[in-house]
Design a protein around this ligand. Structure first.
Ligand SMILES: [Zn+2]
Length: 48
């Protein structure tokens, strides 16, 4: 799992609550709060 404020690296992540897709473009980009449901936990597309 990844959380808001972390820098998990480039890739596609999904909100653990509503499955909204978040794309991280680079290693310095921070995971945001989910814009749909305000959740702060995400998983990577290749996991779960
Ligand atoms: Zn969400």
């Amino acid at each position: 799992m990844y959380h808001t404020g972390e820098k998990p690296g480039a890739g596609t992540y999904y909100c653990d609550e509503c499955y909204h897709e978040i794309t991280i473009a680079g290693d310095q980009d921070v995971l945001p709060v989910c814009p749909i449901c305000s959740a702060t936990t995400f998983y990577k597309a290749s996991e779960h």
